[in-house]
Design a binder for this molecule. Sequence first.
Ligand SMILES: *[C@@H]1O[C@H](CO)[C@@H](O)[C@H](O)[C@H]1NC(C)=O
Ligand SMILES: *[C@@H]1O[C@H](CO)[C@@H](O)[C@H](O)[C@H]1NC(C)=O
Ligand SMILES: *[C@@H]1O[C@H](CO)[C@@H](O)[C@H](O)[C@H]1NC(C)=O
Ligand SMILES: *[C@@H]1O[C@H](CO)[C@@H](O)[C@H](O)[C@H]1NC(C)=O
Ligand SMILES: *[C@@H]1O[C@H](CO)[C@@H](O)[C@H](O)[C@H]1NC(C)=O
Length: 370
Amino acid sequence: MVASSLHRLGVALLAATALLLPVASAQTACNGHQEFCSRSYSNVSIVGTHNSYGVRAGSIAANQNYTIETQLDDGIRLLQVQGHMNGDELHLCHTLCLLLDGGTFTSYLSTVKTWLDANPNEVVTILMVNSDGISPSVWAQSYEDSGIKSLVYTPPSTPVAYDAWPTYQELISAGTRVVSFLAQNADTSAVPYLLDEFTNVWETPYGQTDNSFPCNVDRVTGSADNKMYLVNHYLDVNTTIFGQTVPVPATAALEETNALTGTGSLGAQASTCLAEHGFYPTFTLVDYYDIGNGSVFEYAAQLNGVNYVPVEIGNGTTTTSSSSGGSSSSGGSSKGGTSASADSGAAATTSRAGLAAVGALGVLSAVLAL
Ligand SMILES: *[C@@H]1O[C@H](CO)[C@@H](O)[C@H](O)[C@H]1NC(C)=O
Ligand SMILES: *[C@@H]1O[C@H](CO)[C@@H](O)[C@H](O)[C@H]1NC(C)=O
Ligand SMILES: *[C@@H]1O[C@H](CO)[C@@H](O)[C@H](O)[C@H]1NC(C)=O
Ligand SMILES: *[C@@H]1O[C@H](CO)[C@@H](O)[C@H](O)[C@H]1NC(C)=O
Ligand SMILES: *[C@@H]1O[C@H](CO)[C@@H](O)[C@H](O)[C@H]1NC(C)=O
């Protein structure tokens, strides 16, 4: 009798502890949420950074304000990159390394590896745009040299159907916390963990200059049925340089584009997508994820049906509105400090200054905003 009561008490205590755990320690959660542990990889919506390495103040070839460490700290879980050979090294560049060179892919992956080692319950996806068709073995060499290869997920067979993806807990327990997609020229018989994007994932149209953001299947190999999908939710604006039309990020519209609700917002596109396809995107790509002060993560939480837990966005640097339109100087140092958001006029001025500088190169092509 006594033993049985004690047993019941023990069970009750255990249950109470289990209830407290998700609150008490994020260590037990999967990508920050206990709810995700039992859900499949495809059934958790994550936010990704379009040209994640494209960080350079005032450059029209840039797509982000903060480094990938800050992106990951803030909650970005898909990193999109574009690779080009610079001499005999694989570099991350936007179309042309002359415009914006984000350094070597090996160095980039080393940074991601360090972050993953420090955050053992996080799963990160890497999406590699390979428009030059660089051999998978070259991409794989960077996985080996950076050490991140020890963390890659290799499915038993490819493609992986929507409902055949492992759960977050399975990925974390197996230590296979890096899911990798190569957009072009994948060869899983040569490099099994560099998965072919378009037989596993379809995408909505990219390079939109109209904020209606459709959700039709734009890029896929074969049928879109039973595949995950990626929503390209970044807005471009056409600019004319020496008579050439060039799409660049519509920075003045970022507050609306990255918002949870309203015309042109993330939420509006997700509603379109749900209505057309019956389920939410697994991946959403954005520019300047920090604009909106966490709205992109609130959006993901809403799609995932979990509580949104706000974090301080960025690295503590605040922008000071500069009237000269050139540099944005780094101000305060505290994450919780007052952050003066640049008004759209200042952003447009900065963008024009950048345009003038880069325009002189005369080498911008229409694929800049890919
Ligand atoms: C996950 O699956 C459930 C059940 O099918 C669905 O209701 C939910 O919208 C899905 N969530 C995401 C983010 O895919
Ligand atoms: C914070 O980010 C800004 C914008 O990318 C950068 O200029 C600054 O150097 C960063 N500061 C620190 C301390 O990392
Ligand atoms: C921007 O340019 C593209 C390509 O020329 C064109 O399809 C698109 O309609 C233009 N957008 C606007 C808003 O003019
Ligand atoms: C941004 O969000 C953080 C976290 O919720 C909050 O502390 C901060 O005041 C917000 N900043 C602005 C400028 O709204
Ligand atoms: C981030 O980028 C936007 C768009 O270019 C700009 O308006 C803003 O000042 C930048 N913020 C930081 C912290 O650099």
